[in-house]
Design a binder for this molecule. Sequence first.
Ligand SMILES: [Zn+2]
Length: 364
Amino acid sequence: MPATHTPEGLTPELLDQVEAAIVALTPSLSEVQADIHAHPELAWQEHRTHDTTAGYMEKAGWKVARHAYGLQTAWVAEKVIGDGKGRVVGFNSELDALPHGHACGHNLIAIAGMAAAIGTAQVMEANGVSGRVILLGTPAEEAYGGKDFMLKRGAYDEMDVCLMTHPGITGNGSWLPSMCCNAAFTIEYKGASAHAGAMPSAGVNALDAAVSGYTNVALLRQQIPDTHRIYNVLKGSEGWTANIITSNAKVMCGIRAPTAREVYKMIDRALNCYKAAALATGCTYTITKDALYLDTQHSTELDGYLETVTKRWDDEGYTYRKFVTYGTTDFGNVTYKCPSLHPMFQLPDLPEGDFCRESRPSWW
Ligand SMILES: [Zn+2]
């Protein structure tokens, strides 16, 4: 593992205090996460989760603004310590679920943010450190990039540092992966409908444009770097039927690469594929930007995290410094704004050894 530095003043005694503060919260936060897990809510629909988590912070004595930044399911909680004139430490609690539940573990991110924020504030208070701790309840990570909405509306402006953590299921320890950049956009083709049997020559086929764009991208995929991903899916109206030339079709496209710069280049190449399809079929097209999740830029000033975690909690050397994953997060956009860290805490998904046994075909 490359050398990292332990932040000055981060003594074992301070870590004891942080740990004790968080352990004391475990019973109540376990209840919160169980409630969130039992009531999964999709992006922008996290009304119950919003109330549960914001309510917890209010009971903990924090100043909470519900429905913050013009977003129904976002909130901000703040604690001023001393005269408040010191560093501003920010944390994030994610709230939304995937269509089949909390498969991404945002229920755990929610309570991890709450535990870290409350623990930090308590330890600052106990040690006479002035400053502020801000915890954001951040909706819509899975679909729309909720943090980017909050970022553009100033939610991160005052933070000197911003942290969040995400669970993973690949073993033990805490990792610091670089999440990649992800751009998502939709091409909509418009043509002209006509009866496919009686007068096909009067039609302009939007589905053909979408199929052609899809195929062009499939051909392009052979010539892109190994580290890049491009994928797309066709969408049509319920009115599609075989004997009518389709006048409307969409292609939803996603592009991933380790850095934003690489993604931007790929967007131009992909758009050429889709534009060529419009030209070939005579359709018009429009482009809608759906989401842009930037890659995570971990702060080198916060490198002491890994050494601290490894020394204190990771006897078995599970903590790895850095690698690129193809996961993405809207927290990437935050990392371009202020010094940030987005480590993952790993949870064993099966008892040790079972993974290999389970994955092996029964006939092997
Ligand atoms: Zn997630």
